[in-house]
Design a protein. Structure first.
Length: 183
């Protein structure tokens, strides 16, 4: 009888262990999937930027510094490795794009150019998709981080090398503020 109880306890512990391990694997995979979604959207954004820069260049060729800044920020973003590096590079790229659109405001012909307007609309749509992908990634990272730090899954996580995931965060908190719109 004692042997059956001991075997029953071992079986229950094994099932709990396997369940927790599988849950950690699932959460890690969701973080990887979330990062993949961000990467796809950022690649689409990176592919769109040269077209946007070339369109602006035709109208505002003497705004060389702004165009170079956008190009350099795009290159830094493409070459980023980790989540933290990518977030920092993307924040720089967002700032550079804001400067580019500020320059475009000074050129009425450019603002009326159909190609520029379509590129601007595509970029705006992509920004929305990137935001959704970031939210999904950050939610997945949150779930993994909770599991990695919570008892008893933290024991299994440390045994098998599960690590906390970095969040994809805004570096400049002013980006999170509601814009002031006046008429």
């Amino acid at each position: 009888m004692t042997l059956i109880i001991v075997l029953g306890v071992i079986a229950v512990v094994a099932v709990v262990f396997i369940s927790i391990y599988n849950g950690l694997v699932k959460k890690r995979t969701m973080v990887e999937e979330g990062w993949s979604g961000i990467s796809v959207q950022l690649k689409r954004r990176h592919d769109l930027i040269p077209n946007l820069v070339n369109t602006v260049k035709g109208y505002a060729g003497h705004e060389k510094d702004v165009l170079e800044t956008v190009t350099q920020a795009r290159a830094a973003s493409v070459g980023a490795g980790s989540v933290g590096e990518s977030a920092k590079a993307e924040n720089m790229l967002t700032g550079a794009l804001r400067s580019l659109f500020a320059v475009a405001e000074a050129y009425p012909d450019l603002k009326a150019n159909t190609n520029f307007l379509q590129l601007q609309e595509k970029l705006s749509s992509l920004e929305d998709e990137i935001q959704m992908a970031r939210r999904y990634y950050n939610g997945s990272a949150r779930n993994l981080n909770i599991a990695v730090q919570s008892f008893p899954s933290n024991i299994i996580a440390s045994m098998f090398g599960f690590k906390k995931a970095d969040f994809f965060e805004l570096e400049d908190r002013s980006e999170a503020e509601v814009p002031n719109v006046g008429f």
